[in-house]
Design a protein around this ligand. Structure first.
Ligand code: PLP
Length: 393
């Protein structure tokens, strides 16, 4: 038999991608399945962005670019950080990658040695722990339940950090919970981090633009500028501009780390797709009203879905701060169903008996919950809720 590396055997495939693929396969086989698993907006990429990419193809912009991104896109990213985040980066402090996922992958590969610990608040985006493992790191999960709005407290962070902690991850607004840290909460986490100068910080701001509040977005470096020399700001165009398939993410941070991440990228994928880079530049420099259009739709669906979920016996759902996910507690529903023992079995049961695909909370590190994506039509959401309610009885 073929022997696989210990490294690959230590990780699992992305649960969210697996559920999405399963729902698509069932649909293709003629089964009526409503997919609530997807981590991507259901909107088309805005026309002006697509046109910029088509023009790039037509003018022959189809060759290698610098590994870390075109100078033009890097300038657009620097300008975006200035304009929207009051953060100042030079071109040497920016790396463009093949999606936000590769940004974090590069970071883990660049800074972790075997045994180095990565503090990850749970519930977490499914890929953080596995990418830490792939780099030889040790994920240290810090649990934050619904009673604390799924956000870790400063004293929990303090208790989780050891001499071996190399990286602390903050994702706000969060996939899967939809919760965002307040300035005061970030300040408290920052105070803990200040006492541990060996810890790098990754702030994953991927859902920056998908927030219900009009208050300006804040991340930990906005609140604690003194932490900037050891913080990597991760962002991308996938979610804000409905560009998941284009694969463009970016990182801004200390030059030493960015240069190391670039080295990893230069020996793995090289530059992100040239055409996608032109599209991403247009996304950042072009009209921004496409964001507001999507945001309004997500907010309306969020309000409807949260209200209706809370009417279903056995389900409790907190209103979120943003993203296109809600993260209800479904333990009561699990308890009501004889054939179902946990959230994994509930997800299985709902796919089979209700034709609804959602992702079990355990995939994100919290049992008894489920992630529902509201990035699908209102009509789909209403029909899915009818079906879940019918199963709940
Ligand atoms: N970060 C978070 C929190 C995410 O939810 C995602 C996508 O699901 C990413 C990063 C990566 O996005 P992409 O690689 O599609 O740009």
């Amino acid at each position: 038999s073929i022997k696989l590396s210990a490294r690959v055997q230590a990780v699992k495939p992305s649960a969210t991608l697996a559920i999405t693929a399963r729902a698509k396969a069932l649909k293709a086989a003629g089964k009526d399945v409503i997919g609530l698993g997807a981590g991507e907006p259901d909107f088309d990429t805005p026309a002006h962005i697509k046109e910029a990419a088509i023009a790039a193809i037509n003018r022959g912009f189809t060759k290698y670019t610098p590994v870390d991104g075109t100078p033009e896109l890097k300038q657009a990213i620097i300008a975006k950080f200035e304009r929207e985040n009051q953060l100042h980066f030079t071109a040497d402090q920016i790396l463009v990658s093949c999606g936000g996922k590769q940004s974090f992958y590069n970071l883990a590969q660049a800074v972790l040695d075997p045994g180095d610990e990565v503090v990850i608040p749970a519930p977490y985006w499914v890929s953080y722990p596995d990418m830490a493992l792939l780099a030889g790191g040790v994920p240290v999960l810090v649990d934050a339940g619904a009673e604390q709005r799924f956000k870790i407290r400063a004293e929990q962070l303090a208790a989780a950090i050891t001499d071996k902690t190399r990286l602390v991850v903050i994702n706000s607004p969060s996939n899967p919970t939809g919760m965002a840290y307040t300035s005061a909460e970030l300040e408290a986490l920052g105070a803990v981090l200040r006492a541990h100068p060996q810890c790098l910080i990754a702030t994953d701001d991927m859902y920056e633009h998908i927030r219900w509040s009009d208050a300006p977005f804040v991340n930990i470096v906005n609140v604690c500028p003194d932490l900037a020399p050891r913080t990597l700001v991760l962002n991308g165009v996938s979610k804000a501009y409905s560009m998941t398939g284009w694969r463009i993410g970016y990182a801004g941070g200390p030059e030493t780390v960015i240069r190391a991440m670039k080295k990893i990228q230069s020996q793995s994928t090289s530059n992100p797709t040239s055409i996608s880079q032109v599209a991403a530049q247009m996304a950042l420099e072009g009209p921004q009203d496409c964001i507001a259009t999507m945001l309004a739709a997500f907010k309306e669906r969020h309000d409807m879905v949260v209200e209706r979920l809370n009417q279903i016996p056995g389900i409790e759902c907190l209103a979120t701060d943003g993203t296109f996910y809600v993260f209800p507690r479904v333990q009561g529903l699990i308890d009501r169903l004889d054939a179902v023992a946990n959230d994994l079995e509930l997800a299985e049961h709902l796919i089979e008996h209700a034709g609804v695909a959602l992702v079990p909370g355990s995939a994100f590190g919290l049992e008894g919950y489920a992630r529902i994506s509201i990035a699908t039509s209102r009509d789909n959401l209403e029909r899915a809720l009818d079906r879940i309610a019918a199963v709940a009885g």
